[in-house]
Design a protein around this ligand. Structure first.
Ligand SMILES: [Zn+2]
Ligand SMILES: [Zn+2]
Ligand SMILES: [Zn+2]
Length: 472
């Protein structure tokens, strides 16, 4: 391995560095004295595109060059075009295109076009007998209950007493065991808290394209709900909104959603795929808690935060792609995701919470970026297939049981920034053979290594190693 030469390499580079430093010192002193750089105009050497940065440079007559980045421009999309018209009962689709060819899609929710509470397309009439309550502002109504309506297919009227019906009131249909499907009559903007809480018979819901808000626990415990389209326009999905919807198989969050509450899709045990639109910047605590069949999650490029237990027990999850924006992966975030094979962490990440990747036993390699300041206790405990670990250069501590029982761990790169290693951090790491330490022997001896770490201290410590290039 090339690392075997690291001592020699370091020796050579030190000599070169010493020599060139000496040379440079004299030289630069002379230069600073002689003139301040007088750069010509910036010249673009690499054009930026929608998604990639470009480069520019400028030169002084002395030969000094400055190179700078030109930020990627981001996509500029055309107006939306409808490519599939929605019908009363099936969703449509619209698309927009950037000049680079990138396409963006969005779903149009199926919806009746109610005029005087009769659909102008299919002639169906809005449900009768529902309860209404006048909203506070007195210019619209909410549906407040099932009333005497005996149909299992509910079509929410668009108006009542000449005023629009804009809201499904809190708990309006809670525990209602008569309804199987609900369509919204075009004016509903808000679904209240617990609006359909534990409607065990509800199988389908057609949310209006006008809807902006889905309240807390709105569909919690709707155990037969299998098909939900969240239209573009919804900005908030409340806490526990779809908690325990055990029949839900896939979900697509449109770009318009900026807040996705905690537990929003917790215990959706049949959910296999989830796609997150660009508006969401944080996966809140427990958002996908115990989604035990979740295989695919498409995170967007703006996600900065993964909450506590966000993917707890998502044991079918095989990979997760973080963007460059990610800053924080909180405690227990991927706890027991034992099929997670690949995790690529980017520079910019600063925090990894305790138990974050506990028992992710398919992980084979992990590289902690230099930007990470905190790596929580037990973070990689019981990652049984983990062979190679590279720790970032800002890390000061390896906490309690961080790599406990990583029984296949063979090599680890430890930066000289480390000052302490916690109890049992490397307990039961019996295969640990090589430690690549970026500091020297004296520095290594200064590290406080707490008990039960003999697998670490008995490994071969290679000093003065150069930390691997973190790019993959
Ligand atoms: Zn110059
Ligand atoms: Zn583009
Ligand atoms: Zn219709």
């Amino acid at each position: 391995m090339k690392r075997l030469f690291c001592l020699l390499l370091l020796a050579i580079t030190t000599i070169i560095a010493l020599e060139s430093c000496a040379f440079k010192n004299n030289d630069s002193v002379a230069q600073v004295d002689s003139h301040e750089h007088n750069f010509n105009e910036w010249i673009t050497t690499l054009e930026s595109s929608c998604t990639t940065d470009g480069k520019k440079e400028r030169t002084c007559q002395c030969g000094e060059k400055e190179i700078a980045k030109i930020e990627a421009t981001g996509h500029v999309f055309s107006e939306w075009t409808t490519i599939v018209e929605p019908t009363c009962t099936s969703s449509g689709k619209k698309e927009r295109t950037c000049q680079c060819g990138e396409k963006d899609f969005c779903i149009i929710s199926a919806e009746h076009t109610l005029i005087d509470n009769v659909c102008s397309t299919c002639s169906i009439e809005a449900s009768k007998g529902l309860l209404f309550s006048l909203n506070e502002n007195q210019d619209s109504y909410s549906i407040s209950g099932i009333g005497s309506c005996d149909s299992s297919t509910i079509i929410i009227p668009s108006s009542y007493n000449g005023l629009p019906v804009t809201c499904i009131a809190d708990s309006a249909f809670a525990y209602c065991d008569k309804i199987s499907s609900v369509s919204f009559g075009g004016n509903v903007t808000k679904i209240g808290n617990k609006a359909f809480y534990k409607c065990y018979t509800l199988t389908r819901i057609f949310i209006s394209n006008e809807t902006t808000e889905i309240g807390n626990s709105a569909f919690e415990g709707c155990t037969k709900l299998s098909n939900v389209t969240i239209p573009d326009g919804v900005t908030r999905i409340g806490s526990l909104a779809f908690y325990g919807c055990i029949y839900l198989s896939d979900i697509s969050i449109p770009n318009s959603v900026t807040r996705l509450g905690d537990y929003a899709f917790g215990y959706c045990s049949k959910l296999t795929s989830a796609t997150l639109g660009n508006g969401v910047e944080a996966i809140e605590d427990k958002t996908f808690y115990k989604c035990s069949r979740l295989e695919t999650v498409t995170l967007n490029e703006n996600i900065t935060y993964i909450g506590t237990e966000a993917f707890f027990d998502c044991s079918k999850l095989t990979n997760i792609n973080f963007s460059n924006a990610i800053k924080s992966i909180n405690s227990y975030a991927f706890y027991n995701c034992y099929n997670l094979e690949k995790v690529l962490l980017h520079e910019g990440l600063t925090f990894i919470g305790k138990y974050a990747f506990y028992n992710c036993e398919k992980l084979t390699k992990i590289t902690i970026p230099d930007s990470v300041y905190t790596l929580g206790d037990n973070a990689f405990q019981d990652c049984g297939e983990l062979k190679t670990v590279v720790l970032g250069r800002k890390l000061k501590e390896i906490g309690y049981k961080t790599f406990y029982s990583c029984s296949n761990l063979v090599e680890i790169t430890i930066p000289s920034s480390i000052t302490s290693i916690g109890y049992e951090a490397f307990y039961e790491c019996r295969r640990l053979a090589n430690v690549y330490y970026t500091g020297n022997k004296t520095e290594w001896k200064k590290i406080t290594i707490l008990g039960y770490n003999s697998n670490l201290t008995n490994a071969t410590i290679n000093y003065n190693c150069i930390s691997e290039d973190h790019a993959e």
